[in-house]
Design a protein around this ligand. Structure first.
Ligand SMILES: Cc1ncc(C[n+]2csc(CCOP(=O)(O)OP(=O)(O)O)c2C)c(N)n1
Ligand code: SF4
Length: 623
């Protein structure tokens, strides 16, 4: 039988009329902005969109996707301005809500979208709290998308942002897959408009860095605005607000409004039920899809669940946990297993929700630990369907044990044992690409020490060229706290140009203020390499950095380049150009700071900028 093939094109991803589109999670975030604007227009609202934030995996490519969709965004009144860092990006998004306070506003409202990696949310917490307390505009709303890397696959620490969102009193949603991104995004923006809060959105590599064919029907779903008793004057942003009142509105109204919205729109839902329930699984986000896979491997589907008394509850909004739904779910259960990645978060809320409620409904709640306090689901790293299957099988074994379960468990155990005993025959340390300027610029003279920073050049840690590093924007500053207590008198600090623009300049200012003896190597490769080679915001050039460093008070600034002629006469301030690729490794920095032999004499109370070097890539300078 010859079935006609549906015409498919990669451009469908932003075709709002398409019923089914193939797109990545990152593209779904772009589509979300377009769909939001289209829904507003259909509802008679003249809205615009504003997007800002800072890149970092798993949202490393969001900015590139937005640049690619420039035409679509412009046609839909959506403005994208990359932040120089997450904190300032969030501040700009705060401004998108203030536009509604302006008597000369050109739109009914502006929906704001902020994005950042987990550590970016860490550094943006101050603005997050202030902007959230100030509130959103009635026809605007803010979605704060955070990229969480639970397994530290592409980060210097595993991170989960759940606790930060709740600390900032920002309700947040957690989509389980690409399929839910647009729908959850629309719900989040509508919730943000309704409850007057920013609404967070958790993106993991599994949800945002994968692609899928997605049915678009959910983009047209109706969104219910529930009845809710708001305080006089409402909960939205206002001029000359009173700070204590902002807090009262947050604590007493906005969180509860978010719960009412979640309840009305079924954001948390019972997925499987049974007429004689006894065992419940409550799960969220990526762990939900892993749980379904685990259940399938154990031969448990909706029909088996129905027969054996198993319920599955999917939480779409992990904070603040909506109480009516979880209490209804808990009724009749002997035990609830909470399956969530990393530190327990929903599990604690669930226990609060149940404890003072109804003593007749007190199921045992287990998750990270069992009822005896023994570890059950791992708090570190990601969960796998295998791990989850193990725990489910063990917990339900008292009422449901089958050959299929025994076989599946035996398979997982065999696999685990094989993995535990496996040692790679060959280990290959990552290294800079050949021709990369970092190959030479991260070397230090013999007897010297370098502190590493965030960026591709962090690989210096694995090349015996550095032993410690800091977060983005802290480069070299650990030396301020170490130097008074050790006999060494000098260190080098590596700092990429992307990080310099993001926050590293302040680290240098701190070093100078503390009169620390540091040689900063500003590794200019004209790209934010590690996240995909994006241009550095603001078009930073070598002469700009050199002049900036002198103005900050660096005692000496030297440009190292194999081709100093690339900088026309007059473009650099009057200081030494150094026509070499790197510091002389045998003679130490005295070679380029020839005032005295030894370590950076004369620098003493000031930081100096000692630029890194580069290989011969056209158009790339080195400072
Ligand atoms: C606060 C924070 N935001 C974002 C990131 C993600 N991130 C890791 S490396 C990097 C780029 C660093 O670029 P650059 O300093 O130019 O170094 P290069 O990669 O070019 O060596 C970014 C943005 C992070 N680690 N921390
Ligand atoms: S900076 Fe670019 S060339 Fe160098 S290691 Fe990173 S990706 Fe490779």
């Amino acid at each position: 039988m010859n079935l006609p093939l549906r015409p498919v094109s990669l451009d469908d991803r932003y075709d709002l009329g398409a019923e089914r589109v193939f797109l990545s999670g990152t593209q779904a975030l772009v589509r979300l902005a377009l769909v939001q604007r289209a829904r507003d227009a259909a509802a008679g609202l003249n809205t615009a969109g504003f997007i800002s934030g800072y890149r970092g995996s798993p949202l490393g490519g969001f900015d590139q996707e937005l640049w690619r969709a420039k035409k679509e965004l412009a046609a839909n009144h959506i403005v994208f301005v990359p932040g120089i860092n997450e904190e300032l990006g969030a501040t700009a998004v705060w401004g998108s809500q203030q536009a509604a306070l302006n008597a000369r506003a050109r739109y009914d409202g502006v929906f704001g979208i902020w994005y950042g990696k987990g550590p970016g949310l860490d550094r943006a917490m101050d603005v997050m709290k202030h902007a959230n307390a100030a509130g959103t505009s009635r026809h605007g709303g803010v979605l704060a998308i955070v990229g969480d890397d639970h397994g530290a696959k592409s980060s210097t620490l595993p991170h989960q942002s759940d606790h930060n969102f709740s600390a900032a009193f920002v309700p947040f949603l957690s989509p389980a897959s690409v399929h839910e991104i647009v729908e959850y995004g629309l719900l989040s923006i509508a919730m943000s408009r309704f409850a007057g809060t920013w609404v967070g959105f958790k993106a993991t590599a599994d949800t945002v860095e994968t692609s899928a064919t997605v049915e678009t029907a959910s983009e047209r779903r109706s969104i219910i605005i529930p009845d809710f008793e708001f305080p006089e004057g409402g909960v939205h942003i206002r001029p000359n607000d009173i700070w204590r009142d902002e807090d009262t509105r947050l604590q007493r109204f906005k969180g509860f409004a978010a719960q009412a919205f979640a309840r009305a729109n079924g954001i948390d839902r019972l997925v499987w039920d049974s007429p004689r329930p006894r065992f419940g699984i409550l799960t969220t986000g990526k762990a939900y899809t892993d749980t379904l896979e685990a259940l399938a491997s154990l031969g448990i589907d909706a029909r088996v669940a129905h027969d054996i008394g198993l319920r599955v509850y999917k939480v779409g909004m992990p904070w603040p946990l909506e109480p009516d739904g979880v209490r209804a779910f808990a009724q009749g259960l002997e035990e609830i297993l909470v399956i969530e990645e990393k530190r327990e978060f929903i599990e604690h809320q669930l226990k609060w929700q149940l404890y003072n409620w109804n003593p007749d409904v007190r199921p045992v709640v287990v998750g990270k630990h069992d009822e005896k306090g023994e570890w059950l689901l791992s708090p570190d790293n990601e969960l796998s369907p295998g791990m989850i299957a193990h725990v489910i099988a063990t917990r339900i074994s008292r009422f449901h044990a089958t050959d299929r379960i025994r076989e599946a468990l035996a398979y997982f155990e065999r696999r685990e044992a094989a993995l535990a005993g496996f040692a790679a025959p060959l280990k290959r340390s990552p290294w800079f690409c050949s021709g990369c300027p970092h190959n030479s610029s991260t070397r230090v003279p013999e007897g010297s020490r370098a502190l590493a920073g965030i960026g591709c050049h962090i690989m210096a840690l694995w090349m015996d060229r550095a032993q410690t590093f800091t977060q983005m924007g802290g480069e070299g500053v650990t030396w301020v706290g170490e130097a008074p207590f050790v006999a060494d008198t000098h260190v080098f600090a590596n700092l990429g140009d992307g990080t310099y623009e993001h926050s590293g300049l302040l680290a240098i200012r701190q070093a100078i203020a503390a009169r620390a003896n540091i040689t900063y190597k500003i590794l200019y490769n004209d790209a934010v390499a590690m996240t995909g080679g994006q241009p550095v915001e603001g078009g930073l050039t070598v002469p700009m950095i050199a002049r900036q460093m002198l103005a900050e008070g660096a005692r000496k600034v030297v440009v190292l380049s194999e081709d100093v002629e690339r900088f026309p006469p007059g473009s650099l301030p009057p200081f030494s150009r150094h026509p070499g690729k790197q510091l002389d490794r045998r003679r130490g920095p005295g070679r380029i700071f020839p005032e005295k032999a030894g370590l950076l004499p004369g620098i003493g109370r000031r930081a100096a900028v000692d630029p890194g070097a580069m290989a011969g890539r056209p158009g790339i300078g080195t400072l």
